[in-house]
Design a binder for this molecule. Structure first.
Ligand code: SF4
Ligand code: SF4
Length: 194
């Protein structure tokens, strides 16, 4: 997670996707990916909103940061969390750099029915490095693939949808590893409440 500035009129509303899907590894709060934060209350959101940790105050998904992403891409509606400035593998002839990661948190067919394909097409057309990401099982690292390395021959929207479908299927077949943590924080996800 990295610090960022949100757009004034882009509010989370009922979305709590990052509180559910992302790993947090900070001294003050630690939770596994794919597991609701223990402070997340159904239909109410964060139960400690007024005193939530700094990471929760300072981090925003890409949808909250940039008008490049359409309104309909709000993560709980689109099934996609945009992660900014994620490490990207080196492309042929280039140094490793940063990429956008489009993390799928809903079934791929549902995601493909929304604004996702057009967004990926625009990003690729602007030569933005784009990672397609899939969460692993709860508590496991997810899988990612650099779409740009596979999209050179895609000329139309249907071809791109087929490519994204195929890449998501490949990611689904990945071997997922348990997440690592730098902090032994006192705050764990719902898996620790048993
Ligand atoms: S994923 Fe984005 S819109 Fe959703 S709660 Fe997190 S910051 Fe807000
Ligand atoms: S403390 Fe609140 S804002 Fe932070 S992850 Fe948990 S539910 Fe979300």
């Amino acid at each position: 997670m990295s610090d960022a500035s949100p757009l004034p009129l882009r509010l989370c509303g009922p979305c709590v996707a990052c509180c559910r899907w992302l790993q947090i590894d900070k001294p003050e709060i630690r939770k596994a990916s794919g597991v609701p934060c223990r402070h997340l209350v159904e239909a109410r959101g964060c139960a400690i909103h007024a005193v939530r940790p700094a990471i929760c105050r300072e981090w925003f998904c890409g949808w909250r940061q940039s008008a490049f992403f359409p309104e309909a891409l709000r993560p709980d509606q689109s099934g996609v969390i945009v992660l900014m400035d994620e490490p990207a593998p080196a492309r042929p002839g280039e140094e490793p750099g940063a990429a956008l990661c489009l993390l799928l948190i809903a079934p791929v067919e549902r995601v493909l029915n929304g604004p996702f394909v057009e967004l990926v097409s625009r990003l690729l057309g602007a030569a933005v490095p784009v990672l397609l990401g899939l969460p692993g099982p709860p508590g496991a690292t997810g899988a990612r693939v650099l779409v740009n390395n596979h999209a050179r021959s895609v000329a139309d929207g249907q071809g791109l949808a087929d490519l994204l479908r195929a890449l998501a299927a490949d990611l689904q077949a990945s071997r997922f590893s348990p997440e690592r943590y730098a902090h032994a924080g006192p705050d764990f996800g719902a898996e620790s409440r048993a």
